[in-house]
Design a protein around this ligand. Structure first.
Ligand SMILES: [Zn+2]
Length: 461
């Protein structure tokens, strides 16, 4: 590795912090190359190796935005996006046949020393990873979330395309065209089943509600066995026993993960300032404490499910992180890092990332679509995040969420085969690019046989 040539990336002087961030994420973090960033009097980014006259020139798109248009509508890509056909180029080995171009052009040119790429791979990747458009476009849904339909990539039918990974592969093929001896870091696929613990036990508190719900099990879900279990579980709870509750699927989740050699992550609510919408359990409940110990003993992960009103509240985020840390310490649970996911995926750019960082969390895993499935940040790779307002990289890392049960089953409207195929396709895409397939499946969505089957098939049953 020491003998691998160091690349010098000459960048224009504008947007220095943003350029350095994206160069380091793409070339160092993702490709594992040695890189020096040098600010130069150039109009496009140029990559060179000392003592070698070959160059790779990358078009300047997003970062050629005039300062007064930065973070405004004028700097956003507009559809329909041009497609860079890769077939008859030196990049034909790319996994995609054609690349949608967010910034730049489909042009390319090559002579004895220089390869020029019209696609602005760095600007496009920066735009997606930093969630640039979410700071520009004001659309919000009923939970004040950025709706999928406000994403240019979703509108272009690209929700399930990890464009950052696709740009990364193009960049790599271009680098290899110029310097065939370069070698990259091997990215390894992983699958993280994750579980936001909103309702560890069924929410129904009165017999009337239990019976109404049980009727729904029979009529809507054609699942009388669940109706019976629901009533038995309720009676057991009245007698002080909660293990029979229909939502208590935690051991089944861990069994399934362990069967496939996977490690589940469970995110727990540690503050209920918003009341009923924040679930109905306490981390001081002995049943919950026993569950935490069991999750840890079996080798799975525990994280924070930051409550409904935390997205813009650093103090509440910190309070909840401290509460969870205190509980874990009291239970003798030590983990190499502590991550979180926002309840309802309520996430605001860049305050929520900043809150998580300031609260002492190591990673966030919220950035996924609430109303469709796919790659909201354009990638399946974990990455260090950038604060667009303070213009600096944070220590916090983002593990993008790729698919959530609620969005898949309720919004995408998929039946069993469709849901299974969608998840298999997303998983295969993450595998192709050596990323992480982060799937969110609530413990309360494993009650009916049909939901359970979709989940366990996604795991590989
Ligand atoms: Zn939640």
């Amino acid at each position: 590795m020491d003998r691998a040539p160091a690349l010098t990336v000459h960048v224009p002087a504008s947007y220095a912090a943003e350029r350095e961030y994206i160069v380091r994420v793409m070339l160092e973090e993702f490709l594992g190359l040695r890189v020096e960033v040098a600010v130069a009097d150039v109009s496009h980014t140029a990559i060179t190796v000392a003592g070698d006259d070959r160059r790779l020139v990358l078009a300047d798109g997003l970062f050629s935005t005039v300062p007064e248009a930065w973070l405004t509508e004028r700097s956003l890509p507009t559809g329909p996006l041009a497609l860079f056909e890769l077939g008859k180029t030196p990049f034909a080995a790319h996994p995609a046949r054609a690349l949608p171009v967010l910034y730049g052009t489909v042009a390319w040119r090559r002579d004895d020393t220089t390869l020029e790429l019209g696609v602005d791979v760095l600007g496009g990747a920066f735009y997606l990873l930093s969630r640039y458009e979410e700071l520009v476009v004001a659309d919000r849904d009923e939970h004040e979330r950025f709706p999928a339909s406000a994403n240019v990539t979703v509108r272009e039918g690209l929700a399930q395309r990890p464009l950052v990974n696709e740009y990364l592969e193009l960049l790599w093929l271009a680098l290899r065209t110029q310097w065939p001896s370069l070698s990259r870091r091997q990215l390894v696929f992983s699958f993280v089943p994750s579980h936001d613990v909103d309702w560890p036990l069924a929410a129904e508190r009165t017999l009337g509600r239990v019976i109404r719900r049980a009727a729904g099990d029979v009529v809507r879900n054609h699942d009388p066995a669940v109706a019976a279990r629901r009533i038995v579980g309720h009676a057991a709870r009245l007698a002080g026993r909660r293990d029979a509750d229909v939502n208590n699927t935690f051991d089944a989740i861990m069994d399934a993960s362990e069967r496939h050699g996977l490690r589940s992550a469970f995110y727990f609510i540690a503050g209920r300032r918003a009341g009923a919408i924040d679930g109905d359990y306490s981390l001081d409940d002995p049943w919950i404490r026993a569950l935490l110990r069991r999750i840890h003993r079996r080798g799975h992960e525990i994280g924070l499910h930051a409550s409904y009103t935390t997205q813009l509240d650093p103090d509440q985020t910190r309070l909840e992180r401290e509460t969870l840390s205190r509980v874990l310490e009291a239970e003798g649970i030590e983990q190499p890092r502590l991550g979180s996911r926002q309840h309802f995926l309520r996430w605001r750019n860049p305050q929520t990332w900043r809150n998580c960082e300031e609260a002492g969390l190591d990673y966030d895993t919220t950035v996924g679509f609430a109303d469709t499935v796919g790659f909201r940040a354009g990638t399946c790779l974990e990455y260090p995040v950038f604060d667009l307002e303070r213009r600096r990289q944070l220590r916090l890392r983002e593990l993008p969420l790729i698919a959530m049960d609620v969005a898949l089953l309720d919004r995408v409207g998929a039946d069993h085969d469709e849901a299974t195929q969608t998840l298999a396709g997303l998983r295969a895409t993450c595998e192709r690019y050596g990323g992480t397939f982060t799937l969110l499946w609530h413990n309360s969505r494993l009650v009916h046989a049909a939901e359970r089957r979709i989940y366990t098939e996604a795991l590989g049953d």
